[in-house]
Design a protein around this ligand. Structure first.
Ligand SMILES: *[C@@H]1O[C@H](CO)[C@@H](O)[C@H](O)[C@H]1NC(C)=O
Ligand SMILES: *[C@@H]1O[C@H](CO)[C@@H](O)[C@H](O)[C@H]1NC(C)=O
Ligand SMILES: *[C@@H]1O[C@H](CO)[C@@H](O)[C@H](O)[C@H]1NC(C)=O
Length: 324
């Protein structure tokens, strides 16, 4: 009996220390398969999770900060879930921890932090903001600025929360009612969700009694390679530290087509996306690890202090010195 009691206490203590408050968001919308898989896996791991995300597909909105302009939806939400005419924000009928908002990823995360949690979540302190996993990769600085997944993350980091953006190679924009299968070990959304749990649990474990899981102003950008049905040889990708800039980094570009007299969106290697001015220049780029190797996930550390470093600032100050 004594043994059982002790074992029960140890179990209780270990689950209690790991139970954290997590705000989960994305840019593909609250009804996307990837975010629902992440929600259930984080919850199964014992966390208090609030899923708060845009009602519509808002990929490519970066840090744009839209707020609802009417009390009801003027157009259908993604997958008509819900349809036009529904309130501009609300939650699942059977789960008041799953919310949508007629906004962008950044404003949806802040709606979660400023409205949902104070009013419906016992005003708990959020330990981490997780964004994703996105349906599609977000590699390099160019996508850092374009991606709504990352936009929601840096807007959370601005507010002092540790934030991690996760992006997957499964780019099909799928509805959870069609594709969610938490027990299918080859379903990419399920594999990614399990990897998100492994990752944030390690951050919490390392956090121990410290008040923060990451330093103030710091966030992480993670990209997952193809897994499961997309690459049957990869079911448990390895973590690799990377940097946002570096070899093979590409950015959005414009190509003019004479024949059709129209423009096309193309991806080009751009010189300044490869330069290393800050951080660990010996690390490989995200693009290298995810695009050129197999079964490895890139993990980049970013800071929202976008100021140039001291050397670059001094050089630039010299150029303008006569004006000052
Ligand atoms: C929630 O907590 C914050 C910070 O602890 C506090 O400033 C705020 O007034 C609280 N809000 C509510 C609705 O209790
Ligand atoms: C892609 O998403 C649609 C919408 O949810 C779904 O019907 C379809 O099965 C998905 N395709 C794959 C290959 O997962
Ligand atoms: C340019 O447009 C034409 C006509 O639509 C198309 O057939 C062609 O493939 C396009 N060229 C390129 C390089 O995309």
């Amino acid at each position: 009996m004594q043994f059982l009691t002790t074992a029960a206490l140890v179990l209780l203590a270990s689950t209690t220390t790991l139970a954290k408050n997590i705000l989960l968001t994305n840019d593909d919308g609250w009804a996307a398969t990837n975010i629902r898989a992440t929600y259930y896996k984080l919850k199964d791991a014992g966390h208090n999770v609030f899923l708060v995300a845009p009602v519509s597909q808002r990929s490519g909105y970066g840090g744009k900060f839209d707020i609802p302009t009417s009390p009801t939806l003027q157009t259908n939400g993604e997958f008509s879930y819900p349809a036009a005419g529904a309130p501009s924000w609300g939650h699942e009928v059977d789960d008041d921890h799953i919310w949508y908002f007629n906004g962008t990823p950044a404003s949806s995360a802040v709606f979660g932090l400023n409205y949902v949690i104070p009013r419906y979540g016992d005003n708990v302190t959020v330990d981490i903001v997780v964004s994703g996993s996105n349906e599609g990769l977000n590699e390099g600085e160019s996508l850092f600025t374009i991606s709504g997944t990352i936009g929601a993350t840096y807007n959370s980091v601005f507010r002092g929360y540790p934030g991690v953006a996760f992006s997957g190679s499964n780019s099909n924009n799928s509805f959870f009612k069609d594709n969610l299968d938490l027990n299918d070990p080859k379903e990419p959304s399920t594999i990614y969700a399990n990897k998100v749990v492994e990752f944030v649990n390690q951050l919490f474990k390392s956090q121990g009694d410290n008040p923060r899981a990451l330093p103030l102003g710091v966030g992480l950008n993670v990209n997952f390679p193809p897994v499961g049905y997309q690459d049957e040889s990869c079911e448990d990708p390895k973590w690799v530290f990377t940097r946002l800039s570096g070899d093979f980094a590409t950015g959005a570009d414009l190509a003019y087509n004479e024949t059709s007299n129209s423009f096309e969106w193309v991806s080009s290697e751009l010189p300044a996306l490869k330069v290393c001015n800050n951080g660990d220049c010996s690390l490989p780029s995200e693009n290298y690890i995810v695009d050129k190797t197999k079964c490895q996930s890139s993990v980049s550390v970013f800071s929202v202090d976008f100021d140039a470093n001291l050397g670059l600032t001094s050089q630039t100050k010299d150029l303008l010195a006569p004006l000052f």
